[in-house]
Design a protein around this ligand. Structure first.
Ligand SMILES: C[S@@+](CC[C@H](N)C(=O)[O-])C[C@H]1O[C@@H](n2cnc3c(N)ncnc32)[C@H](O)[C@@H]1O
Length: 222
């Protein structure tokens, strides 16, 4: 099920304890205030009530022991960490080394962060040898021409979260679908998907990508 609109509103339709995994990529709030205008980093405080409600809703909809992967960057992480800690059991931050070098003068960026948390306490589902540094190429996402969204995540990255933290048939929630990468990864791995996206244009792109993935999977099964 995917819907266009504000995830805070739409999450109210998701029943308590019905989700096995949250795998999502919220806006990084870098230089943007809550009213969507370009601003300074100090405006993080304007975003606080939004994230408090977001994490509160994740705790409500997740099954006890359900996992959370929340993509972020080095600027946003110190802001999100104390807020998330009030609602979820934050276990680690995964470094995703995307094997690209971003433009810049002060050490060129080649990683992003993924906060990993559990609703309450739960059993580990992935192997004990799993490291917290993931080297996953950005692949097609590296090419601006092929990119469907400015911050599109590779399917392989979302697939790793999904396979590590759910079984086939379980329910994955992405509140900020963008171009629908998490949805495509869910279709490919046989998981159920709930996705929300505010922007109409990105919603349509996500819908098209997910529909295409469904058609390709159906074809591959027959
Ligand atoms: C970082 S992007 C996600 C990109 C995605 N991971 C992909 O692979 O394309 C975040 C998305 O969240 C959407 N968004 C921002 N605020 C939202 C809200 N309140 N509810 C739902 N979506 C929202 C933005 O429109 C944007 O497309």
């Amino acid at each position: 099920m995917i819907k266009q609109g504000d995830c805070i509103e739409l999450m109210k339709e998701v029943p308590d304890g019905s989700v096995d995994l949250v795998a999502t990529d919220p806006p990084y709030c870098v230089g943007v205030s809550s009213n969507g205008l370009k601003s300074s980093f100090t405006d993080f405080n304007l975003m606080r009530p939004f994230f408090e409600e977001l994490f509160n809703q994740w705790r409500r909809v997740l099954k006890v022991g359900g996992h959370v992967y929340c993509c972020t960057d080095w600027r946003t992480y110190p802001f999100l960490y104390p807020i998330m800690l009030r609602f979820l059991s934050v276990k680690n931050v995964i470094v995703w080394e995307h094997m690209l070098m971003r433009p810049g003068n002060w050490y060129r960026g080649s990683y992003e962060l993924i906060m990993f948390a559990i609703n309450g306490e739960g059993k580990r589902q992935f192997g004990g040898g799993e490291r917290d540094v993931w080297q996953i190429k950005n692949g097609a996402v590296a090419s601006i021409a092929k990119r469907k969204h400015p911050s599109q995540k590779p399917i392989e990255l979302m697939t790793r979260m999904i396979k590590n933290s759910t079984r086939e048939g379980e329910v994955v929630l992405d509140c900020f679908m963008g171009s629908g990468s998490t949805g495509v990864a869910c279709v490919n791995t046989g998981r159920q998907f709930i996705g929300f996206e505010l922007d109409e244009r990105f919603y349509e792109i996500a819908e098209q990508r997910i529909d295409k993935a469904v058609a390709e999977r159906e074809q591959s099964l027959f």
